[in-house]
Design a protein around this ligand. Structure first.
Ligand SMILES: C[S@@+](CC[C@H](N)C(=O)[O-])C[C@H]1O[C@@H](n2cnc3c(N)ncnc32)[C@H](O)[C@@H]1O
Length: 190
């Protein structure tokens, strides 16, 4: 990890801790363990196009973008303008903004503007919309795409329709990792 990226990750973790102590809203980051797993998966799969749904301050975005191959791009969707400004600043300081395209607005609307093929997806916006996000991009997934979903243990009830869909779909194999709030890793064509 380049030192400037690690520095920005630590700044976001410190800001999250300050918010917790002051009772301010959390940035709801995937956490260091989840970030490291995302980073590893990107290093292993070398996706050319990653889609993230739920940017917040860009913590998970940094972990993913930092592992992309040189030609790789990450498209991310976020509806909150203040968080987008924060994330842009973080990505710029880390030297990663050039590989990231940010789409502002409600995910289900903005996903219509995403072009395929998509090699990897990270779902981390509204938990009860995961299945809708997945269905919206399913036709764009490349033959060996990977979809990672956060909060599958912390928000089990909300994400249940999504887990049931990918769990029963004949084209996908799905695995739950008890890392952070629970990450579901779903592989197409495996
Ligand atoms: C859990 S946070 C994302 C955290 C980020 N992935 C990370 O780990 O650093 C969820 C984000 O999704 C955004 N969000 C929630 N519902 C959304 C929707 N329907 N459309 C777009 N963004 C949404 C929220 O504003 C919030 O910033």
């Amino acid at each position: 990890m380049r030192p400037e990226i690690e520095e920005v990750l630590q700044t976001i973790e410190e800001e999250e801790e300050r918010r917790r102590q002051e009772g301010r809203p959390s940035l709801l980051c995937v956490g260091r363990d989840g970030g490291r797993l995302l980073h590893l998966l990107v290093l292993l799969r070398k996706p050319r196009h990653v889609l993230e749904v739920g940017l917040s301050a860009g913590y998970s975005t940094l972990w993913i973008a930092a592992a992309l191959p040189p030609e790789g791009v990450l498209t991310t969707v976020e509806r909150d303008g203040e968080k987008i400004a924060m994330a842009k600043n973080n990505l710029e300081r880390a030297g990663l903004l050039g590989q990231v395209e940010i789409l502002e607005g409600p995910a289900l609307l903005r996903l219509r503007d995403v072009a395929g093929p998509i090699d990897m997806v990270f779902l981390d916006a509204a938990k009860d919309e995961y299945l809708d996000y997945f269905r919206a991009v399913e036709p764009l997934l490349s033959p060996e795409a990977m979809v990672v979903a956060d909060n599958v243990l912390s928000h089990r009830q909300e994400v249940e329709p999504y887990l049931a869909y990918v769990g029963r779909h004949p084209s996908f194999r799905s695995f739950t990792f008890p890392v952070g709030n629970g990450l579901e890793v779903t592989l197409k064509g495996a």
